[in-house]
Design a protein around this ligand. Sequence first.
Ligand code: RNT
Ligand code: ZN
Length: 413
Amino acid sequence: MSRYDEAKKIYAQLGVDTEAALNKLKDVTVSVHCWQGDDVTGFDSKESLSGGIQTTGNYPGKATTPDELMADIDMAFSLIPGKKKLNLHASYAIFEDGEFTDRDAIEPKHFKKWVDFAKSHNMGIDFNPTYFSHPMVKDNLTLSSPDEQVRKFWVNHGIQCLKISEYFANETGVPCVMNIWIPDGYKDIPADRLAPRARFKKSLDEILSTPYDKSKVYVTLESKVFGIGLESYTVGSAEFCLSYSTQKGITPLMDNGHYHPTELVSDKISSLLVFNEKIALHVTRAVRWDSDHVVIYDDETREIAKEIVFHDALDRVFIATDYFDASINRLSAWVTGVRNVKKALLNALLMPAEKMKELQNNNDFTTLMYLQEEIKTAPFGDIWAEYLVREGIERDYLSQIKDYEKEVLVKRV
Ligand code: RNT
Ligand code: ZN
């Protein structure tokens, strides 16, 4: 008997159908962030990374051109099992021969190469306006700026991004998630916490008053508690973003690095599911702060996956990754992190959810604990291995990445 067949039996004894789990996982799409490939640099500006986020490390071989980034994505995606979407930032616009268009005026044509790339992979594209690393970010402010010129510039950026998002949906045939996150905030105690938030609301209203097809573009709003240099106040706080999303009927996005260190996004998902048809996630790993470490197969990642799966919400949650590590091989970072998201989902699918809920309702926490702990040592690795086989993906990704590093990455200067 194969290891999978053995494992299948053990799971059956726990009340779990491994075939059903594998079938469900087949349909799950994870939106993979392009910015792991170049330390969030992009192609449209020479500014260094700003917005209170930071990449650390100097591993050789970073992609510096669209062709290099696409080649790296190609390679990384060939090692990631299951359905994927490409998550782009506006700063990844591609300009032909010396042309330059600023962010307030970028157009779909600047993303044509990305559309061709996505089509060749049969995948959709998600999009993010880029409100950082740009000279028009003045005093760490964009959409909440008191300077009308600055505020308008960024409103126009949002409007252009809506058009580009719709273009992605039309071209790929897959709806586009357009995520708005602004870094705006203050290092020290502000005198006025209200006015910047009122201006942010006004700016969002202006962006969203542009007509767009809501069946093709899902606008999401990402909140944050602090950033580097923005420690005392962020305009787009959790309360702001949740309230705005609910009032406007757009989709809230939670990044699990954007809360106080003892808060858990896994505990927040269910509340949002009660009030929203769709929600969105940035899956990351915050080590002591919003450090954007590579996602590992840890308790919180598993618990987040469990919340999605147990509430039968795989088609209601837009799952995206968001991390950037420049201290290790960037492709390995991509593959490790996204595989771990899929692993966590499979792990959740391999739990007897209904039985566990019933135990809770019957107040049988003794059995529930027993079962939860037993499942932890079930032969998960054998089911994961079977999943990889069925997806036609090798388990070992390191040797291929090391070869690619030798043949491609280290030759880049
Ligand atoms: C920053 C947010 C945001 C960015 C990307 C690059 O704190 O998490 O999602 O990471 O947009
Ligand atoms: Zn994020």
